[in-house]
Design a protein around this ligand. Structure first.
Ligand code: NAP
Length: 457
């Protein structure tokens, strides 16, 4: 894939970049290793000061960075601005809490026949981060902020369609005061990832992206005995039960499906509705989806912009065509408009059967699948009936049923009567083919730390 900024709203290439040579990459890995020696010797207070400075720069740069992201991958300008603000919040969160999260953790010294025993959390070294384009700033930041606060250094291989955002991130941490090499961007294609990961100076990798990319990176890391965190795809269920506030659920459902132009790993993708409220929900949901404003992502009034890539739209169209050819019903949308760029309208598809690809596969665009179920047990069976386990939503006013959903949904997140999102305070990640390991919270910062057991006689 060429390393270039292509405006998804028009399909025009705006800027191209040459991939870095093997030698340039080697130098950057060397700089990351040197910076690690310096960074690990700094105090939490020093790193917090730099991390807070990064947050302040993000605040000041909001308008320009947001416009750059919109130009690179088509998200609406208002959601791009919200993403920048979220990144600043993430920086401040780890600036404030990293020291407590990584403080020595006392153990029962008497039980292990020591005078003192504890766990010490120490950074590991340069970590490779392979990141996707869909939240180009936040996905990278949710790795970078905890990693740098722990004293690790970062090497970012960003998606090839967001090179300007990738370069901005390197510049941001340098301007904030972090040593040169503490956070470097590698402008490389995915074929060059193996060379970086097999470099002995790189100690671990994190990947957010597709299952195929995750498997490939984990395979290399496995051979190298290097730790990985994988944040992969999802096909999140959104279950609506008879006691739910159906109109509110339908309102949130449209946002949950179409946020980020339908390209969020934790977007609700499969809408599983009890037959008692199915007709009411389906009508309200299709009405809400049809009412979303599709248009110029730079316009503050727009709800849904174009898809990020031509291939991404082709993938969505293929899944819809497969379902329709086998008898699924299109309640709204379903046809691309006749214009330049990678547009696709909010779409609701009903009457899905297990033979259709949409039953199992992730649709990475503004297309919702509607499923009718007759009981709680059937809702759980359909909800858990994919290979994914990222986020999940359930709508019910019944406290006992809420508790059952919390226990029974196979997912890394369960949101009851609300839309799945991420917060620095809550762990984020998946189970099954959605990956392993956690980002955010105290768990995220510990993923790339050595939990060193200390025993003193
Ligand atoms: P993708 O094709 O896997 O790309 C993600 C990153 O991996 C890019 O930097 C890409 O580089 C790189 N890559 C691709 N194939 C690779 C390989 N074989 N070896 C090494 N690196 C490789 O994913 P995408 O299509 O852009 O993103 C959509 C997917 O990501 C969806 O499934 C979505 O659900 C998932 N996602 C998950 C999360 C989460 O937190 N769980 C968050 C966001 C997205 P190039 O651009 O150079 O190909």
């Amino acid at each position: 894939m060429a390393i270039a900024t292509t405006d998804p709203a028009t399909g025009r290439v705006l800027k191209t970049f040459d991939a870095m040579s093997t030698e340039q990459v080697r130098q950057r890995v060397g700089a990351a290793a040197e910076a690690f020696a310096a960074l690990r010797a700094t105090t939490f207070a020093q790193r917090s000061e730099w991390m807070r400075a990064a947050a302040d720069i993000l605040d000041a740069d909001t308008g320009d960075v947001a416009a750059m992201m919109t130009a690179e991958m088509g998200k609406t300008l208002k959601s791009a601005k919200a993403e920048v603000a979220k990144c600043a919040t993430g920086c401040r969160y780890y600036a404030e809490h990293a020291e407590a999260f990584l403080a020595d953790e006392p153990a029962d010294a008497a039980a292990v026949k020591a005078s003192r025993a504890y766990t010490r959390w120490q950074p590991l070294g340069p970590v490779l981060a392979v990141m996707p384009w869909n939240f180009p700033l936040w996905q990278a930041m949710r790795f970078a902020a905890p990693a740098l606060m722990a004293g690790n250094t970062g090497l970012l291989k960003h998606a090839s369609n967001v090179p300007q955002t990738a370069l901005y991130l390197e510049d941001l941490f340098r301007r904030a005061g972090f040593p040169d090499g503490a956070f470097s961007t590698l402008l490389i294609g995915s074929a060059q990832v193996e060379g970086v990961l097999t470099d002995p100076r790189v100690v671990a990798a994190t990947l957010t992206g597709s299952e195929a990319a995750g498997r490939s990176v984990a395979e290399i890391a496995g051979r190298e005995v290097k730790k990985t965190v994988l944040e992969l795809g999802g096909s999140d269920p959104f279950v609506v039960m008879p006691s739910a506030d159906v109109r509110r659920a339908a309102e949130v459902a449209a946002i949950a499906r179409c946020q980020n132009n339908g390209q969020s790993c934790i977007a609700a993708k499969r809408f599983i509705v009890h037959s008692d409220v199915y007709d009411e929900f389906a009508a309200a949901f299709a009405e809400r989806m049809s009412a979303l404003v599709v248009g110029d992502p730079m316009d503050e009034a727009t709800d849904v912009g174009p898809l990020a890539t031509e291939q991404g739209r082709a993938d969505v169209e293929e899944l819809v065509a497969d379902a329709v050819s086998q008898g699924a019903e299109v309640l709204c949308g379903g046809q691309r408009p006749d214009r330049d760029g990678w547009w696709y309208p909010p779409t609701v598809i009903a009457g899905l059967t297990p033979q259709m690809r949409m039953w199992q596969e992730e649709v990475f665009g503004p297309v919702a699948g509607l499923f009718r179920v007759g009981s709680y047990a059937e809702a759980i069976e359909v909800a858990n009936g994919t290979s994914f386990g990222l986020g999940s939503n359930a709508w019910t006013a019944d406290p006992a049923e809420q508790e059952s959903f919390v226990n029974d949904l196979e997912a890394g997140q369960v949101f009851i009567n609300g839309m799945t999102t991420s917060y620095p305070e809550l762990p984020f990640g998946g189970i099954k083919n959605s990956g392993y390991g956690r980002e955010l919270s105290s768990l995220g910062i510990r993923e790339f730390c050595n939990a060193k057991a200390v025993w003193i006689a």
